[in-house]
Unconditional design. Structure first.
Length: 143
């Protein structure tokens, strides 16, 4: 019969502390790795948000410029209409001018609305792109 190995209390404490130290070091290594991954993901997310905000700011600047150009065009058309109205001699000329002006302005407003809507949609699509690609990048390792 083989003799059971006996350990002194000092050996038992040393082996136990070595095991505990080894588990603690492994846990610390896993924690560091998880922290580094989380930190990298947070930095990437912040970069994506910054890129998205930049796109929105530029887009809104462009949208404001287009809206202001439309306002200027509509104001100029209204002044032209008023100048033409002042030079008319009879009611038939007034009716004719009103009809032409209304038709021209409705078309202009329709075109301006289409342009502004298309630009707003482009801004919305473009500003989501950095976030979408970051989200996909984040999900790829998890899958």
């Amino acid at each position: 019969m083989a003799k059971a190995e006996t350990k002194t209390p000092a050996e038992f404490v040393r082996l136990s502390s070595d095991n505990v130290r080894g588990m603690a070091e492994k846990g610390l290594a896993h924690s560091r790795e998880a922290y580094e991954k989380l930190n990298a993901s947070a930095k990437d997310a912040a970069t994506s948000l910054e890129a998205s905000a930049t796109i929105v700011a530029k887009g809104l600047s462009e949208l404001n410029a287009k809206a202001f150009a439309a306002l200027q065009a509509n104001t100029a058309a209204t002044f032209d209409y008023l100048n033409a109205l002042a030079g008319l001699k009879g009611p038939t000329e007034v009716v004719s001018l009103n009809s032409a002006f209304a038709e021209k302005q409705f078309k202009a407003l329709g075109d301006q609305t289409k342009d502004l809507s298309a630009l707003a949609q482009k801004i919305a699509k473009d500003c989501v792109e950095p976030l979408k690609s970051q989200f996909e990048k984040t999900l790829k390792p998890a899958a």
